[in-house]
Ligand binder design. Structure first.
Ligand SMILES: Nc1ncnc2c1ncn2[C@@H]1O[C@H](COP(=O)(O)OP(=O)(O)OP(=O)(O)O)[C@@H](O)[C@H]1O
Ligand SMILES: [Mg+2]
Length: 290
């Protein structure tokens, strides 16, 4: 069963040229799906369509089919879509609207007209789950970048959507905060939620089931990370090669096989660390989060 199905999606902002062109992909329920690509390739635009921001808040012309948890976000309102797919914005400050952590967690539920007693119970649950119990009355503006991101994740999860969509959730965070956010995302995956992550630094999302690479609004590649990593020329051409991991979180035998194929080297564990390897090590300022 697919949580998301997109077929032949083309989109142009009002009065502009197409930004997304004939996009097709599907995300099976419970999988982690990464959308990557150069700046301006249409990643955020795609998230806005999946979460109903486009066309309900931002207008444009859309053609093709979009199914998100069995609804078309274009034909139901934003609140109905939020019950099924929650979007975490790249910029936490533009998503946070309340002056206390607990009010922020309650805000979306109040908009959905949930009974106050149910809201209180759900907020308490989220405060516990995300470690905000001591911070329930804190003004979110006083939180660190990582904690703000966790708060926005908790808030979009308040109505328990089946699908969590995150637009560059780890960008601008220090390594500790990135690890915190990544752990929270993996926990959602472990609990069976479908997770869609926009991330340009592919080293941070090796745990995904699939990567979708966008190039100028079109799908350049879509498949398991190991298959995509084997296409070195494509990665170089798209300008994402330097953001790719030097290794995957895979069993050694599969890892060795993948890199032997992509580098055309013999099947030997030593070949991974060969000095002739064209795969650069991760740069020191973008450490791998294991
Ligand atoms: N509201 C808008 N109206 C008109 N054009 C827009 C709007 N939002 C984005 N665009 C344009 O659409 C294109 C794709 O933008 P989008 O933000 O989806 O790219 P992105 O891949 O998320 O980029 P980045 O990595 O920089 O976040 C860009 O050319 C951008 O200028
Ligand atoms: Mg973007």
């Amino acid at each position: 069963m697919n949580a998301v199905e997109v077929k032949n999606l083309t989109f142009a902002y009002r009065g502009g040229d197409p930004i997304l062109r004939d996009i097709s992909f599907s995300v099976p329920e419970g999988e982690v799906f990464v959308i990557a690509g150069a700046s301006g390739s249409g990643k955020t635009t795609l998230c806005h369509i999946l979460s109903g921001v486009i066309p309900h808040a931002i207008k444009g012309s859309i053609s093709g089919q979009v199914s998100v948890a069995d609804i078309d976000p274009r034909t139901v309102g934003l609140p109905q879509t939020a019950l099924r797919a929650g979007l975490v914005f790249q910029d936490s400050d533009s998503q946070i609207v309340c002056t206390t952590v607990e009010d922020e967690l309650a805000f979306g539920l109040e908009n959905l007209c949930m009974p106050p007693d149910d809201i209180r119970l759900r907020v308490d649950e989220l405060l516990r789950e995300f470690g905000f119990e001591e911070l329930r009355l804190t003004n979110p503006s006083r939180l660190s970048g990582g904690m703000k991101k966790l708060l926005t994740i908790a808030a979009v999860l308040a109505p328990s959507p089946q699908i969590l969509i995150l637009d560059e959730p780890m960008s601008g965070l220090d390594p500790d905060s990135r690890a915190l956010v990544r752990t929270a995302i993996e926990k959602q995956h472990d609990q069976g939620r479908t997770v869609i992550i926009v991330e340009h630094d592919l080293k941070l999302v090796t745990f995904a089931n699939k990567w979708l690479l966008l190039s100028d609004g079109s799908v350049a590649a879509c498949g398991p990370p190991s298959d995509i990593l084997a296409q070195r020329d494509l990665l170089v051409g798209l300008g994402v090669f330097d953001d790719c991991p030097a290794s995957l979180d895979l069993p050694v035998s599969q890892e060795v096989q993948t890199f032997s194929t992509s580098l055309d080297l013999p099947d030997s564990p030593d070949s991974q660390t060969s000095s002739t390897s064209p795969v650069p090590p991760p740069s020191p300022d973008s450490p791998e989060v294991q």
